[in-house]
Design a protein around this ligand. Structure first.
Ligand SMILES: Nc1ncnc2c1ncn2[C@@H]1O[C@H](COP(=O)(O)OP(=O)(O)OP(=O)(O)O)[C@@H](O)[C@H]1O
Ligand SMILES: O=C(O)[C@H](O)COP(=O)(O)O
Length: 485
């Protein structure tokens, strides 16, 4: 691979002082000061509610809490925005009760129906074990894939052995998710038993969120736990509709943990706070970039989207991926970063290829000089160095989207080095949050997943949350009982 050096391409320079001390933003100052007054559980509760995904809301509440604390009055009406948790249910609430648990067990299967990544099954275990330990009867529900009607290859049957192994009990399996046969199996469930229902998406009514279907699902159980973070952005019968017929409807531990990190840590980060956003297109990450620009000190961009930014600046991009209709947007994002005092880092050099293929010829060139007929498929060594140095200074990092076409070994270096860098930071106490989807795959490929502070089990759901959107599966849950703090 030939290499050419390039000057670091930093659109906005890295501030010499951290924004925690230098920021003139009132919002930012609030987030730093106000959260000091909150006990950890309150921060959790605040970050947990859908409405609290709005940092401004969080700050207002934090400030209200501070003044109430100062006045000596009990704090009411604040934690009521939070959602009730499965951890709030114990003994009498659960013993012998039929609990409908919606998990996201949408795991990848190979052509022989073997599970190729069991992360989502493992992530669902703590909530199920908790319920079992209190003698509840767990009716477990999930979707798998996007079937159109009953489709055997999307059956949940292949998950039973792994689920049984992880739970340490034999999980029963129903061939349907509603109907008399399922009801019989539910009636035969012992306390502490688990019944896995068949793919809930075998019914089109699931995705249409039809009340009659939701009612049938609900009729199987006494109460509802939603632990399906990966599907919380879908208003479906088993994630949203069912809550209208089952009380209480509470959050599972996984859902709670995801929100703690993706809302809590991002709303009230230890600073400097950096975000790394990559992936193929600007269009799929606009919301995330705009939302993160309100919060971060450093924004690092990589992946296919960078070429739209380069073209917007008048660089030659060869045949790299460019979204022509997003050039103005790229320009305005650069301006926004500048106005906000965010250090926006784009790669200074790129690895280019003569075709989109694993065996393409490749070379490193300055980002501003991609020849015709060549396309950028990874960030180059100088960029890796600059990004790594910027990451040295951070206390919180969130990463969403690969730096290059990491599926091809030749163009996986940028993504892999960034993954290793984050693992190193994490082991030094930096909060590292991996935002789902391909970035998770990359972190796992490098073997550093266990070192990260949090790896999200939700692709689309984590993106929507980072964009500041409310998740219907969360909003529908019961509010927590107000607590005095
Ligand atoms: N320079 C590039 N040119 C073309 N495709 C790229 C480039 N860099 C990365 N990609 C591709 O982007 C894809 C991931 O982009 P996408 O926008 O779907 O991210 P994502 O899946 O949402 O990320 P995440 O799942 O981590 O949130 C990968 O398949 C990768 O090959
Ligand atoms: O894999 C996911 O992102 C979730 O399981 C949601 O799946 P969906 O995009 O098919 O709704």
């Amino acid at each position: 691979m030939a290499s050419a050096t390039a000057a670091p391409h930093t659109l906005c320079s890295i501030p010499t002082t951290s924004s925690s001390s230098s920021s003139s933003s009132t919002t930012r100052a609030f987030s730093l000061n106000a959260t000091r007054f909150l006990p950890k559980t309150s921060i959790r509760r605040l970050g947990f509610a859908g409405a609290a995904a709005d940092p401004i809301f969080t700050h207002h509440v934090a400030i209200k809490l501070r003044s109430l604390k100062a006045s000596g009055k009990p704090v009411r009406g604040v934690a009521s925005m939070a959602k009730k948790s499965v951890g709030d249910l114990t003994g009498a609430d659960l013993k012998g009760k039929k609990v409908f648990v919606r998990a996201d067990l949408n795991v990848p299967l190979d052509e022989n129906q073997n599970i190729t990544d069991d992360t989502r099954i493992r992530a669902a275990v703590p909530t199920i074990k908790y319920l079992i330990s209190y003698g509840a009867k767990v009716i477990l529900s999930s979707h798998l894939g996007r079937p159109k009607g009953v489709t055997p290859k999307f059956s949940l049957a292949p998950l039973v052995p792994r689920l049984s192994e992880l739970l340490g009990i034999q999980v029963m399996k129903a061939d349907d998710c509603i109907g008399p046969e399922v009801e019989k199996l539910v009636a035969s469930l012992p306390d502490g038993g688990v019944l896995l229902l068949e793919n809930v998406r075998f019914y089109k009514e699931e995705e249409k969120n039809e009340p009659e279907f939701a009612k049938k699902l609900a009729s199987l159980a006494d109460l509802y736990v939603n632990d399906a973070f990966g599907t919380a952005h879908r208003a479906h019968a088993s994630t949203e509709g069912v809550t209208k017929f089952l009380k209480p409807s509470v959050a599972g531990f996984l859902l709670q943990k995801e929100l703690d990190y993706l809302v809590g840590a991002v709303s009230s980060p230890k600073r400097p706070f950096a975000a790394i956003v990559g992936g193929s297109k600007v269009s799929s990450k606009i919301g995330v970039i705009e939302s993160l620009l309100e919060k971060v000190d450093i924004l690092i961009l990589g992946g296919g989207m960078i070429f739209t930014f380069y073209k917007a600046q008048g660089f030659s991009v060869g045949s790299s991926l460019v979204e022509e209709d997003k050039l103005d947007l790229a320009t305005s994002l650069i301006a926004k970063a500048k106005a906000k005092g965010v250090s926006l880092l784009l790669p200074s050099d790129v690895v280019i290829a003569d075709k989109f293929a694993p065996d393409a010829n490749s070379k490193v060139v300055p980002a501003s000089a991609i020849p015709d007929g060549w396309m950028g498929l990874d960030i180059g060594p100088d960029s890796i160095k600059t990004f790594s140095e910027a990451l040295e200074t951070t206390k919180t990092v969130i990463w969403n989207g690969p730096m290059g076409v990491f599926e091809f070994d030749k163009f996986a270096v940028g993504t892999e080095v960034i993954a290793k860098k984050l693992a190193e930071s994490s082991s030094k106490g930096v909060t590292t949050i991996i935002g789902g989807g391909d970035s998770v795959a990359a972190v796992e490929k490098v073997g550093v997943a266990s070192v990260m502070s949090h790896i999200s089990t939700g692709g689309g759901a984590s993106l929507e949350l980072l964009e500041g959107k409310e998740l219907p599966g969360v909003i529908a849950l019961d509010e927590a009982t107000p607590v005095a703090v």
